[in-house]
Ligand binder design. Structure first.
Ligand code: ATP
Ligand code: MG
Length: 449
């Protein structure tokens, strides 16, 4: 077997990003027509592929290429062969298409555009409201600035997987079709499953705890379904969760320490590998340090009262309070992150480990630039304690038979988190809505395109 076998790239043509190194050579490029302009008898085409944009010049002397170029419009898919030439003063003239151009010798139209295009996606900013942008998603995703959101997203997902694997978490995939709506929540989508009903998972919680029983440390990048009728800029009904669960912890501080390291790593990887994308969004420097500030929820509520005149009737913090506490953390700790800890038993799920006082829990939320991005904590690992917590929360142990089984078989002290991937990218790039960070978002009103 050749030593090159696994090393070879998939089928590849000349890419636009490689063309500057091929001045004087005859190459074949392929991509979409970003724009087409006529200057006297010359036709200029900006050709776009996944690596960039290059200017093509079509001169009347190259007759067949010229004839084909005449019909070309934006978004046509074309193959163009020709000579790579240096473009005098090109870089200064047009930063988008760079310092070379291709003199076309042969043009083949691979696919025409049949539809009227509602936007010129070659523009740097698309001037339309969010709904229009989402209605026309297939076209809109070709706009460079919007396209780049998903490069940042992909880098984040890669980074998450990398840092988890490096810390010996095993990647797992848990079922999304469930027989019962567990956790007592009303936020489940019910589906037809052959001759019975089933539900779409609104969290991998129980299965990742089962994962601890088998593998100690697990993580999942998986779809989460939430049937909540939200109309906010931070909720959708289908999102991707970055979950983790780890055994043999001493306390829930271990879980926060781990999540802190994960967030730092993701932001560092994105800062390093997505510089161009970040600069397009000008969302400000990411502020984080080795230790994120940690506040008990009760302390946070006091700060809101004292420093912002915000009284809360609730034992919990509301979205406005989360925004203000982030402002406070930025001002006082120069941090875009803040952990809130020790939520009361009454606002946390039954599997949360209570603190010794019995009133609060060993749980946390992580807030980033004004919103919650993660919830986590230590879980109850003792069978009897878990069973009685189910009862205390007004639920029936019989409904949790398979989940409870895990705890009859020996479980270490453990904890973990559920982290929302799209909110992270939304906040890193300062996008107005979480939906901008999702290819094809699903909300109360939208399940197309
Ligand atoms: P919120 O209070 O903001 O509605 P939550 O506390 O209900 O969120 P969790 O069950 O703690 O959410 O889920 C863990 C994480 O998943 C959240 O911190 C958030 O980042 C993300 N998340 C939760 N619900 C949604 C949603 N509907 N759309 C997008 N992301 C979500
Ligand atoms: Mg939460």
């Amino acid at each position: 077997m050749s030593k090159l076998v696994g090393d070879k790239k998939f089928m590849e043509r000349t890419l636009i990003s490689d063309a500057p190194r091929m001045i004087g050579q005859y190459v074949k490029l392929a991509g979409w027509v970003n724009s087409r302009r006529d200057h006297g008898k010359l036709i200029f085409i900006d050709l776009r592929d996944r690596t960039g944009v290059v200017q093509i010049v079509v001169i009347p002397d190259k007759e067949s290429a010229y004839q084909n170029a005449k019909d070309i419009r934006s978004e046509f898919v074309v193959e163009i062969e020709g000579l790579v030439k240096e473009r005098p003063g090109g870089l200064e003239k047009d930063a988008k298409t760079g310092k070379i151009e291709l003199e076309a010798a042969k043009i083949t139209v691979i696919s025409k555009v049949e539809a009227e295009l509602p936007f010129d996606v070659a523009k740097s900013e698309l001037d339309a409201n969010l709904n229009t942008l989402l209605d026309n998603r297939n076209l809109v995703l070709r706009n460079k600035k919007i396209n780049d959101i998903f490069k940042v997203y992909a880098e984040m997902i890669k980074s998450y997987g990398d840092v988890m694997r490096e810390n010996s978490f095993l990647e797992i995939k848990t079922p999304k079709i469930l027989s019962a709506a567990t956790e007592g929540g009303a936020n489940f989508f019910k589906i037809k499953y052959f001759d019975r009903d089933a539900y779409l998972a609104q969290s991998p919680q129980f299965y990742k705890q089962a994962g601890v029983g088998a593998f100690e440390r697990v993580f999942e990048i998986g779809t989460v379904f939430r049937a909540e009728p939200h109309f906010t800029t931070r909720h959708v009904n289908e999102y991707t969760g970055l979950d983790a669960e780890m055994g043999f912890i001493d306390s829930f501080s271990d879980v926060m320490d781990a999540l802190e390291k994960v967030m730092q790593r993701m932001l560092l990887d994105i800062s390093k590998n997505c510089q161009a994308e970040l600069s397009e969004y000008a969302a400000g420097e990411l502020l984080f340090s080795d230790k994120f500030p940690r506040l008990r929820l009760t302390e946070a509520l006091e700060i809101l009262d004292k420093e912002y005149g915000k009284k809360s009737e609730d034992v919990d913090i509301d979205p406005e309070g989360e925004r203000l506490i982030c402002e406070w953390a930025k001002k006082n700790h120069n941090s875009d992150f803040v952990f809130l800890t020790h939520y009361p038993v009454s606002v946390r799920p039954f599997y949360s480990m209570p603190s010794v006082d019995g009133q609060y829990t060993e749980t946390f939320d992580l807030l980033f630039r004004g919103v919650e991005i993660a919830s986590g904590g230590q879980r109850i690992h003792d069978y009897e304690q878990l069973r009685s917590s189910i009862v205390k929360h007004g639920l029936k142990p019989e409904d949790f038979e398979h989940y409870l089984d895990i705890f009859k078989l020996g479980m270490p002290a453990h904890g973990g988190w559920g982290l929302g991937s799209e909110r992270i990218v939304q906040k890193i790039l300062a996008l107005g809505s979480i939906k901008e960070a999702i290819l094809f978002p699903r909300d109360v009103k939208r399940i197309t395109p």
